[in-house]
Design a protein around this ligand. Structure first.
Ligand code: 5GP
Ligand code: MG
Ligand code: MG
Length: 192
């Protein structure tokens, strides 16, 4: 990528599209119906794990016709080579009172399962009436802890993907599709 090129388009950095825009939007309608059905007559607290879930949650909640409140949390992750992978830590806490609520946690992608296992454990301690999770993407083969999400958009193979909220070094979140970066951009990026 060339950040100073006026003709630059982040889509040009994508090698392969795994899930295109129309497929995502169609699946969101189905997911929305599933969630509406599950929570009919309930009042739901939707908790998005940002930044990754930011685009997904924005589109998904516009498919929901149940009463809901939205809040966001941030998780620190230690994924660089200098430090071993540690338990993910919640660094920006939820402001809603979740006691007795139906809580739906939204993340972009389920990989090892560590993030959602840790986050659900933390939220369970707040005494919600129910606690469920929803992810746009699920890498079925990479789990290191036993965790499954209640609602899944797409199962994908074990490849590093970007777009629709998912980043590489904070870039590419704005892409409307999910794709794999061109190999020469994956490691290390010239602008890292
Ligand atoms: P887990 O804790 O399940 O291993 O990882 C979940 C988090 O890792 C996601 O919320 C996301 O931030 C990051 N992650 C895992 N796989 C990918 C991927 O393929 N692409 C991107 N951009 N992030 C990923
Ligand atoms: Mg994440
Ligand atoms: Mg990331």
């Amino acid at each position: 990528m060339q950040t100073n090129d006026p003709a630059y388009n982040p889509l040009d950095d994508i090698d392969r599209v795994l899930v295109d825009e129309a497929t995502i939007q169609n699946r969101l309608k189905e997911l929305g119906q599933e969630i509406n059905k599950t929570y009919a007559g309930r009042d739901v607290a939707v908790i998005a794990i940002i930044n990754g879930a930011i685009i997904f949650v924005a589109d998904l909640i516009r498919q929901l016709n149940i009463p809901l409140q939205l809040d966001c949390i941030r998780i620190s992750s230690y994924r660089d080579e200098a430090r071993p992978l540690q338990a993910p830590e919640v660094i920006d806490k939820v402001r809603l009172d979740l006691k007795g609520m139906d809580v739906l946690i939204i993340d972009d992608i389920l990989d090892s399962g560590n993030t959602l296992a840790r986050v659900t454990e933390m939220f369970r301690a707040m005494g919600p009436a129910t606690l469920r999770t929803c992810v746009l993407l699920d890498k079925k083969t990479t789990r290191t802890v036993d965790f499954e999400a209640d609602f899944v958009g797409f199962k994908i193979p074990d490849e590093f993907v970007v777009g629709y909220g998912l980043d590489f070094a904070e870039r590419y979140r704005q892409l409307p599709c999910i794709g794999v970066l061109r190999p020469e951009l994956q490691n290390p990026p010239e602008w890292a």
